[in-house]
Design a protein around this ligand. Structure first.
Ligand SMILES: NC(=O)c1ccc[n+]([C@@H]2O[C@H](COP(=O)([O-])OP(=O)(O)OC[C@H]3O[C@@H](n4cnc5c(N)ncnc54)[C@H](OP(=O)(O)O)[C@@H]3O)[C@@H](O)[C@H]2O)c1
Length: 290
């Protein structure tokens, strides 16, 4: 196996391959980053061409897709007939363009997304997502499993980065929800530790997780019965959060943004539906942003 890109994440991928006993060749633009890996048994390639020629599977982990082209373009001939598994972060369009670039050079291509921090790489419970031609994933699955739990998403090469971005968006929304709530109860002198016992240990899994999970079939069916709670009711609740935040002297922008979204749903005719109808609001893009 060859690993191209030895930042914190690329070095962790190389270490995981070494730990699983794979002969591993490494290359990095700044060569000194290879030294600790060489000490642990990796072979350092002096040039990118030598690096990609050393193995049928080339694991790439660079800052972004632009860096990937800067590194791999000069070695495109040597890559022909090999498989590139690109773990660099980017957008779906960039992933599709990379798959076309690879195709144009007769290079196999899988796109990957690493969903765990550096210390978790190589553990079986680590989550790494892959997309691209299924036969390529199946043929190299065992090697990829050395990096962590490898989940295949589908043939469209953009799926891995699309899932990655969607899950990160969900993460930031959830983090903000908890942190705003902790700031709010903190105005009464409640420690975050004390609040976490209710918010994270019970409310998040048992209330939010359970309710949302039970509504998934209806969301897929695009039916949002509001008999147990309508958008009108939810708007009142969101208004209470805005007013309570103002009364307690904490940020109101975050709950106000949520209230604005609920108002938009009601203006679009969803007043009698349940909260999951918000997905219909999110499905429409209102203004282009860069
Ligand atoms: N670190 C994490 O926790 C984490 C988690 C999930 C996903 N990822 C993703 O993994 C990828 C790598 O992340 P990282 O944490 O290892 O560090 P990074 O700072 O994102 O990337 C560092 C690597 O990119 C190389 N690089 C940057 N620009 C380059 C260029 N123009 N030409 C050639 N090489 C270039 C660096 O080479 P030099 O050493 O020569 O500068 C180094 O090998 C990123 O896409 C990141 O989003 C990281």
């Amino acid at each position: 196996m060859t690993v191209v890109g030895l930042g914190p994440m690329g070095a962790a991928l190389a270490d995981a391959l070494l730990a699983h006993g794979h002969p591993t060749t490494v290359w990095n633009r700044s060569p000194h980053r290879a030294e600790p890996l060489v000490t642990r048994g990796a072979r350092r390639a002096d040039t990118i061409t030598e690096a990609v020629a050393a193995s049928p599977l080339v694991v790439v982990c660079l800052k972004d897709y632009e860096a990937m082209y800067a590194v791999l373009d000069p070695a495109a001939d040597a890559l022909s007939g090999r498989l590139v598994v690109n773990h660099s972060s980017g957008t779906p369009e960039e992933a599709r363009a990379a798959a076309s670039w690879a195709d144009g050079h007769s290079v196999g291509y899988l796109d990957g997304a690493i969903m765990v921090p550096v210390p978790a790489v190589g553990r079986p419970d680590a989550v790494l997502l892959y997309s691209g031609p299924e036969p390529l994933f199946t043929a190299h699955r065992a090697a990829l499993e050395s990096l962590g739990g490898a989940t295949y998403l589908g043939a469209d090469p953009s799926l891995a980065v699309l899932y990655n971005t969607a899950l990160l968006g969900m993460m930031y929304a959830s983090l903000n929800g908890f942190l705003h709530a902790a700031a709010l109860v903190g105005t009464a002198g409640v420690s975050v530790e004390s609040f976490a016992g209710i918010a994270l240990d019970w409310f998040l899994p048992s209330v939010i997780g359970t309710i949302l999970r039970s509504e998934v079939p209806q969301i897929d069916a695009r039916t949002y019965p509001g008999d147990a709670g309508s958008m009108e009711m939810n708007l009142t609740a969101l208004d209470h959060i805005v007013r309570t935040s103002a009364e307690q002297g904490v940020d109101v922008d975050f709950p106000a943004a949520l209230r604005t979204l609920a108002e938009r749903a009601i203006a679009e005719g969803y007043a009698a539906n349940n909260y999951s109808v918000m997905i219909e609001v999110f499905r429409k893009q209102r203004a282009a942003v860069s």
